[in-house]
Ligand binder design. Structure first.
Ligand SMILES: [Zn+2]
Length: 61
């Protein structure tokens, strides 16, 4: 299972954040909202992404 998220450090030629693969994913739940924290596979920078409840269940397993 692969999760992609926006990396604020990996930017394209237009200086926009790009989608990168997230590694070392940790799913968190807060006020019934789910999010994933992880590390960018390319640059090793911290990444964050909101998840749907269904996606959270997948990445928790
Ligand atoms: Zn990156």
């Amino acid at each position: 299972m692969e999760l992609k998220g926006l990396c604020m450090k990996c930017r394209d030629d237009n200086n926009k954040p790009t989608m990168q693969t997230m590694q070392n994913i940790t799913v968190e739940e807060k006020n019934n909202r789910f999010s994933a924290k992880g590390i960018c596979a390319v640059c090793g920078g911290n990444m964050f992404k909101f998840l749907s409840k269904d996606d959270a269940a997948k990445f928790r397993a």
